[in-house]
Ligand binder design. Structure first.
Ligand SMILES: Cc1cc2nc3c(=O)[nH]c(=O)nc-3n(C[C@H](O)[C@H](O)[C@H](O)COP(=O)(O)OP(=O)(O)OC[C@H]3O[C@@H](n4cnc5c(N)ncnc54)[C@H](O)[C@@H]3O)c2cc1C
Length: 244
């Protein structure tokens, strides 16, 4: 573990309760696209560490994060109040399950399925040409309650012909997917809107965010033969939960 105190170079509220933070990269700090970092507010006593997915690809000039302000939370409201020039603690030892190279080779479609700020590692993935070049089509699914929670993606995603962004919006009208992601998967709406079939031969899947979504979608994928790598066996699905 290597703890650094790093500068906030940019802090912006991008939606109700979501802040985009960019941190300076300490010398020698490296990460892989899709990983998360541990961050804490500087403290006189024991710092309270929390994990945050990195929204910038490995090798970027800044470490980017999307942080949801959790009501009553010990750390996230303070991170959301940060301004450029402030400092936070960063553990430079990065971790994470969402490493694309762990997926079985040979996929044609990459499905990136998220809720809320769980979209963060996928913002990094779609900005990484080394990953994007491997796939013919990439479906980024973003589950939110209100449109306001998804619109900031327009400003951070690199638009590209093979990328299709699909919002699942449950409490505002107008979305093609207006039900929760697991329900859209089960009913076939998700595949219908994408115009693509989920299949273990051609599809590779990454899930991130709300554990209830991750659990339900994982089960739906399992019934289609799409499973995580295990005991040296290749797999087509990787997942990260934001809480228990
Ligand atoms: C691997 C990993 C990556 C993560 N990446 C991100 C990220 O990129 N962005 C992000 O905003 N959070 C992320 N989190 C969640 C983050 O670590 C904290 O749990 C969150 O910021 C709440 O911390 P807190 O101290 O404010 O709340 P606490 O006082 O610790 O309360 C925690 C409770 O808040 C709830 N909660 C946690 N995260 C969320 C959330 N995003 N939305 C709604 N409720 C939540 C859960 O019920 C949890 O039990 C990640 C968690 C993990 C394990």
């Amino acid at each position: 573990m290597a703890i650094c105190q790093v500068k906030v170079v940019h802090a912006q509220s991008v939606a109700d309760n979501v802040t985009h933070l960019k941190l300076a990269v300490p010398a020698g700090c490296t990460w892989e696209t899709g990983q998360f970092a541990r961050i804490a507010m500087p403290a006189k006593d024991e710092p309270q560490w929390r994990c945050y997915s990195i929204a910038s690809k490995g090798g970027s000039e800044t470490l980017d994060f999307f942080i949801a302000r959790v009501k009553g939370g010990a750390v996230s409201p303070r991170l959301c109040n940060l301004q450029a020039g402030d400092e936070v603690l960063l553990d430079t030892e990065m971790n994470g399950m969402l490493i694309e190279s762990k997926l079985e080779k040979g996929g044609r479609d990459l499905w990136l399925i998220s809720t809320g700020t769980g979209v963060a590692p996928f913002v990094a993935v779609v900005s990484d040409d080394a990953i994007m070049d491997k796939y013919e089509r990439v479906f980024l699914v973003h589950g939110v309650r209100k449109w306001n929670e998804t619109q900031y993606l327009q400003h951070v995603l690199k638009l590209q012909p093979k990328l299709r962004v699909m919002a699942s919006v449950t409490r505002d009208p107008g979305a093609m997917i207006d039900v929760r992601i697991p329900d859209a998967l089960e009913s076939g709406l998700l595949e219908e809107v994408a115009g693509a079939k989920l299949d273990p031969k051609t599809s590779r899947v990454m899930l991130c965010g709300n554990p209830a979504m991750v659990k339900a979608v994982r089960a739906g994928m399992r019934s289609r033969g799409i499973v995580s790598p295990r005991n040296g066996e290749p797999g087509q699905l990787l997942a990260e939960n934001f809480w228990l």
